[in-house]
Design a protein around this ligand. Structure first.
Ligand SMILES: NC(=O)CC[C@H](N)C(=O)O
Length: 728
């Protein structure tokens, strides 16, 4: 086994950057592989173009006849780009993407064939999807699943395949994927936010939620990564002693990008550009061999699709450059893990960012309205947000003093805290002319147009306002952003609807002026949502205690965090907002619990195997050399040998002790796993894995890592941390 390690290290030493030919002008290739407006205009009639534009903007139905024309034009465009196949591209509840390719080719008799693709193939398909998780939805209804075209996310060519973004739903209408609920949530926030935005500008007829994600990842040489069974099977290292040097010198963050990584990034960016993914930022992250990539924000549905697509693209491009991308939130113990911060905002079709202060008091009141409503929504549903980012892998990251804690709170900075404090004192009911002027001039009027440079940063906060958007920092690097985005947009929509109702009542019944009514409602919201606001150090123990006092949840593990998904309150908000019915939520809850248990089961098995079949035999081999040495010393020195051999004897004993510990702990862990596996109830099974199996991982690791420090480096079979993290 150690030969694999040394071969891998040697291979890595000999690697050179793969040269990539890239276009210096990115704008020339931007979106060339996307069926966007330019391509559509070129390939379809005006009528069809207008029809599809309306559908994208207002969700109107696409006429069947025109759908056929759209399909044909899409096919012609794809063929002109060299595509041979098409696929409905969807995001099942596995969290990744799925595709089943069909050729355009169709024989019409035994001597002739055509390239065929019509509305039937575009609009709806029935993949044999029986193997995707459905959380019992399909069994309950004996319904099959089908994929349906999502015209709001443009088709694109990936390799030689035309990919058509689709939703995946059962015949009874239940969503079997991550996209369908997201689209519903985006529709509901559009309606709710548009209604409220109309208070300030009658011309607003649509509000888009926007998302800018930041993807963190590790890049490890392929040979090194594949030399470790734990990385291959579990996506993370389950053991490995910390290297002498880790990230303590802070010399990687924003440092110069290593040459091989740079080649990888250039090719990735080039391919992303062609797919219309507007990647903009690249840099080294905190940990050695950790990097980050971020695009410009986009409409949330498109941004989610682009993130799923780029994760796939990263795998492929990395492979070409002899790297493996690790998306796991915590691939290495002792150094930083990876997140995927979600920057979220709301934008009107009149070009206004609703979370950006403006030049006039009215614009600032609009900003405050959306700002305070968002805070209130997060306050009401903090536990649901936590649930939306819960996973076995993200549990390692949240609360590890490198990413936000498991407690959800909102950070807004000093300046806005002051504004909210002042708004809290607004009088009840009608405002005097003096108070109105004062508010206009001294409170609302004083919010600077550009807050970006004035907002403090707080990396310890899970939900931080950063000048013109909120940054949800709790999302894990492996996650599909659709989940947190569905929750966030749903709860803010609910909140905005409530706000509108309350303001309207004050205007209609209490005869308050619109802005008076708004001030009155906001005042109450500021008071009601105070407990979620926290400006201090989210890593501190003081905050943990304070959060308990404030009644905020602090679920450190997924089985506990997920419970909030199916609380009465959560089921109600999903149902009322038309995002998911009870069956859909329960199905997802069940799937996530099962996934949690399975992930831990895999980790337990891999660890057991490595510990017993790799670590222990290696330790015994080394111990045997020591014993040989001891025998030799005895032969040469006779009774005096003990003095000379005391250290060796000590090591021999320590090895035996560690072996004994590993052996017995693996046995107990296997037993606990067996007990957990017998449980039918998904919640209890996940809890059993969490409480009784997982704790053994660290205990076993401890002794394996001790042996790593003792055993001859030549014999050690597992590629070491220093090799994984510092060879590139
Ligand atoms: N520089 C950073 O912001 C680090 C973020 C951190 N890696 C996380 O998991 O969220």
């Amino acid at each position: 086994m150690s030969t694999i390690r040394f071969k891998a290290v040697e291979q890595t030493f000999n690697r050179k950057p793969i040269s990539v030919e890239t276009n210096s002008k990115r704008s020339d290739i931007y979106a060339v592989n996307v069926f966007n407006n330019i391509a559509m205009r070129q390939f379809m009639s005006d009528e069809a173009f207008k029809n599809i534009q309306n559908s994208i903007e207002f969700g109107t139905r696409i006429d069947r006849k025109l759908a056929n024309e759209i399909a044909v034009s899409m096919k012609n465009w794809a063929l002109s780009k060299g595509a041979t196949h098409y696929t409905h591209w969807f995001q099942p509840l596995t969290g990744s993407t799925a595709e089943k390719h069909d050729a355009f080719f169709e024989p019409i008799d035994n001597s002739k064939a055509i390239e065929a693709f019509g509305s039937d193939q575009l609009v709806q398909q029935e993949p044999d999807a029986s193997s995707f998780p459905s959380g019992g939805i399909r069994n309950t209804f004996e319904a099959r699943g089908y994929t349906a075209w999502d015209p709001t996310s443009p088709a694109f060519i990936y390799g030689t395949t035309l990919c058509i973004p689709t939703v995946f739903v059962s015949y009874t209408g239940e969503a079997l994927d991550n996209k369908a609920p997201l689209l519903r949530a985006l529709q509901t926030i559009d309606q709710a936010a548009t209604e409220v935005a109309k208070y300030f500008d009658k011309n607003v007829s649509k509000v888009n939620a926007t998302l800018g994600w930041e993807q963190e990842y590790f890049l490890i040489d392929k040979a090194l990564a594949y030399s470790r069974p734990d990385i291959v099977l579990a996506g993370r290292t389950l053991l490995g002693h910390s290297p002498a040097k880790g990230q303590q010198l802070d010399d990687h963050y924003f440092g110069s990008i290593p040459a091989r990584v740079m080649s990888f990034m250039r090719e990735l960016e080039e391919e992303s550009m062609k797919l219309g993914i507007p990647v903009k930022t690249r840099h080294n992250e905190v940990a050695p061999n950790q990097f980050e990539l971020a695009p410009i924000f986009e409409e949330a549905n498109l941004a989610v699709d682009h993130n799923s697509l780029i994760m796939d693209l990263m795998d492929r491009v990395a492979d070409k450059h002899n790297f493996k991308v690790l998306f796991h939130e915590k691939p290495f113990a002792g150094i930083n893990g990876s997140g995927k911060h979600n920057n979220w905002s709301l934008a009107t079709n009149t070009g206004v960012n609703l979370l950006s202060p403006g030049t006039t008091p009215m614009k600032n009141l609009q900003f405050l309205t959306f700002f305070i409503n968002t805070i209130k929504a997060v306050c009401e549903y903090e536990d649901l947000i936590r649930a939306s980012v819960a996973s076995a892998s993200n549990d390692h990251r949240l609360g590890a003093n490198e990413a936000p804690p498991a407690i959800i709170s909102v950070f807004i900075g000093k300046q806005l805290t002051k504004v909210l404090d002042e708004l809290e004192d607004v009088s009840k009911g009608k405002l005097s002319p003096q108070e109105k002027t004062d508010l206009k001039l001294n409170v609302v009027g004083k919010i600077p147009e550009i807050l970006l440079d004035n907002t403090d940063r707080n990396r310890t906060s899970p939900f931080a306002f950063t000048g013109n958007k909120f940054e949800l920092r709790a999302v894990g690097s492996k996650a599909n952003c659709a989940k947190p985005m569905t929750v966030l947009n749903t709860i803010v929509a609910k909140q905005l609807k409530e706000f509108k109702k309350e303001v309207d009542i004050l205007v209609d019944k209490k005869k308050l002026k619109k802005d008076e009514a708004i001030f009155n409602v906001l005042r109450e919201y500021i008071k009601a949502s105070k407990r979620i606001r926290f400006e201090g150090d989210g890593y501190s123990e003081v905050w943990e205690k304070e959060a308990i006092r404030r009644g905020l949840s602090n679920h450190k593990t997924t089985p506990l965090a997920l419970k909030a998904m199916i609380s009465k309150k959560s089921l109600e908000v999903f149902e009322q907002m038309g995002v998911m019915n009870k069956i859909e939520v329960h199905a997802r809850h069940e799937i996530e619990l099962e996934e949690y248990a399975m992930k831990l089961q895999i980790e337990g098995r891999v660890l057991g195997d490595i510990a017993k079949n790799h670590v222990i035999p290696t330790a015994i081999r080394y111990q045997n050399t020591l014993i040989e040495n001891l025998k030799g010393l005895k032969e040469v020195f006779g009774n005096d040998f003990k003095k000379l051999a005391s250290q060796q004897l000590d090591i021999v004993e320590q090895i035996s002790d560690n072996i004994a510990e590993i052996n017995s702990k693996v046995d107990v862990m296997v037993n606990e796993r067996k007990k957990a596996n017998k449980l039918d109830n998904a919640q209890l099974k996940a809890e059993a894995y969490c409480e009784f199996v997982k704790p053994y991982f660290d205990k076993i690791r401890y002794h394996c890592d001790k042996l790593e420090l003792m055993v001859d480096d030549d014999l050690w079979p597992l590629t070491k941390y220093r090799e994984l993290l510092f060879t590139r």
